[in-house]
Structure formats: C-alpha cells, structure tokens
Design a protein around this ligand. Structure first.
Ligand code: 5GP
Ligand code: MN
Length: 330
C-alpha cells in the first residue's frame, strides 16, 4: 500500500504525546525518503518539549490549520492512523478522517483496536510504542539499516516517551535490538532524553512543588495518591501547556505506591475534570478508567473524565478507589 501511494496523510490522537508525534514524524521522513508526499496532521496542539523533533514545524494542527488539513485529505491516496485504537481518539478530526475515501492503515499498540475504521490493521499491544511497531515493520522489510538519522531520532523519541525513558513496559529484548540499529544511524540518545525531560520552566518546577506539597492526598491504606489542579490554580501559577505533563508519574516514586491519580480541570472546558491514572505492577488502570471514568488506555497508564466540580470529582474518585480496596490494600 505504501509503494502504491504518492500522497499520504498521517494522523494521530488528540493531546498528542511523544509516541504520537515521534512515530508520525518517523513515517513522514520515511515516506519522503521514498519520494512521496507526506503530511502529519494532529487534532490539537502538542507540548513544547516535542517541537525540536525534525519535521515538527511542518505538522498541521486541526484547531489552527483547518483548511490546509481539509486540502491535505482531499489530495490523499492513503491515510495512516497512528497510535490510537478508536476513531473518537481523533478528537475534532474524527469526521474529516472518517469521511475520507482513501484507504486507511492503522499502526498501533493499544488493547482492543476497533477493527471497523481502517481497512488494514497493524496492531500489537505487547509492543511498547507505535514507534516500536514501526521499527518492527522496518526490520521485517530489511529497511532498519537504511533509515535516516531523522527517522531514527523520531523512532527513539517515540519509544522513550511511552516507556518513561525505558523505566516501564520495556523488558522485551527486541526493543534494545531496535535501539541498537537506531544508535548505529548516529543519533544522540542522551541529547534526545534531555530535549524531552529536562526542559522545565521555573513555573513548572514551582507548580510541581506546590502540587506535591499542598495538593497531593495520600490514601496510605490504599497505597494510592490523588493530585488535583483547578483552572483557578492554573491561572495563579501561570501554568502553560505541557507544564503538567508527567506530574501524575511522580507519586509512583514513593515506596509502596500502587496507584496515582491526577485530576486536572480541562482548560478549554471548565467543569470537565480530566483524569490521568498510573499504576505500578498489576493494578488495571485501563479497567478503572473504562468502567468508572468513561475512558480507557493501558494497564499501567490510562485516562478518562468526569463532568462535575473538583470537590465532587474528588469524592467520586475516592469512592471508586474504595471499590478496588481488595486490590489496593494489603
Ligand atoms: P494521559 O494520562 O497521558 O492523558 O493518558 C494516558 C493514556 O490513557 C493514553 O495514552 C491513552 O491511551 C489513554 N487515555 C487517556 N484519556 C483517554 C480517554 O478519554 N479515553 C480513552 N479510551 N483512553 C484515554
Ligand atoms: Mn503510544
């Protein structure tokens, strides 16, 4: 399908993360090297710590570049959907993708992919990132040693971001075989790490201190923490887009923590509380998110939302945690 295409649109999920942006850009560089036109389109803005990625300046954002995105889809003879398993994860872009008549390929690693919305599905939930799925395809096709440094940078960034710099979901030896091939393309993985993880503003560090010192609730019996952030606090601390990224992971550093929940009031839709869930070990965040918070995700990282005040969200979250007491206590 790639060989037969000339004009490819690559799209990914709402609130795109390092895997979404990294794997989409890797595909773009790969296709361009093969002489094709390739455009990456995303539903909304991506965090500043990803803007250094090669090609990031060419990404079209649905909330800003609507007409250019419509034109790109009109011209497309192939659409690649990357790092998502349900069409609604395309956010506001869902309609323009679903109404497009070009064939679609899904490249993903989430559980239970919807098998209806793409003709061709390449999905492997055992893999750590959509970027790993792409490495696997390139290896199978004998292409992994032909890729450019830019392709390698984007693929490394994708896998690094979805594994917390290879600190979770990253025990399969083949991941490091892929990384070995990427390093051979001349990438500086230490620089990639610093570009993503050591870019905090003063505001971000102070917010982190405030959220941990003042707002974090520790439910000791349940080995669970809850951190809240309202829009009022967001204004008070001049919180910028991306400043809250990764906050939910910090409480997992506390010995014995099994579950960390971050309740974050939606900036664009006040009154909607976005939830991020992270766990250590076997606790099923995805099940908690899908059963109680209208969301989903992975076993150790999931998300969802509640439409209510922060006080009510806190009470509802505590009640849900209590329903999992068997798993969380002990
Ligand atoms: P985050 O906490 O970083 O926003 O999301 C963590 C993971 O949870 C994402 O990679 C995604 O797989 C999943 N996720 C987050 N929000 C939602 C949601 O509203 N619905 C579903 N199905 N999955 C979500
Ligand atoms: Mn991913």
């Amino acid at each position: 399908m790639l060989d037969g295409s000339t004009n490819v649109v690559i799209c990914t999920h709402v609130n795109p993360d390092g895997d979404a942006i990294g794997s989409s850009l890797a595909l773009k560089h790969y296709l361009e090297r093969k002489g094709k036109q390739a455009t990456v389109v995303v539903p909304n803005v991506f965090p500043d710590f990803l803007t250094w990625l090669p090609g990031a300046d060419t990404i079209l954002i649905y909330t800003k570049h609507l007409e250019q995105i419509r034109a790109a889809f009109d011209a497309a003879d192939l659409v690649i959907v990357c790092d998502l398993n349900q069409p609604n994860r395309l956010g506001g872009m869902e309609e323009v993708v679903m109404q497009n008549s070009a064939p679609r390929i899904l490249i993903d690693h989430h559980l239970d992919p919807n098998t209806e919305f793409c003709e061709t599905i390449i999905s492997e939930p055992a893999m750590c990132a959509a970027g790993e799925v792409i490495c696997h395809i390139l290896s199978q096709n004998g292409e992994i040693d032909n890729i450019s440094e830019n392709e390698a940078i984007c693929l490394y960034c994708a896998m690094m971001c979805d594994t917390g710099a290879f600190s979770f979901n990253s025990n399969r030896p083949v991941i490091y075989e892929h990384i070995s091939h990427l390093l051979a393309r001349g990438i500086d993985k230490d620089q990639i790490y610093r570009n993503v993880f050591w870019t905090a503003s003063e505001g971000r560090l102070r917010l982190q201190g405030y959220l941990l010192y003042v707002n974090m609730k520790v439910l000791h019996e349940y080995h669970t923490t809850i951190i809240t952030l309202t829009n009022e606090e967001r204004h008070r601390f001049k919180v910028k887009n991306g400043d809250t990224e990764g906050i939910v992971n910090i409480p997992l550093q506390m010995l014995g923590t099994k579950l960390s929940i971050f309740i974050n009031e939606d900036t664009e839709h006040p009154g909607i509380m976005k939830l991020s869930l992270r766990s250590v070990g076997d606790f099923p965040c995805d099940q908690m998110a899908s059963r109680h918070f209208g969301g989903g995700g992975h076993k150790n990282a999931s998300g969802g939302k509640l439409q209510c005040s922060m006080e009510e969200a806190l009470e509802r979250v505590k009640a849900v945690i209590d329903a999992y007491a068997d798993m969380l206590k002990e």
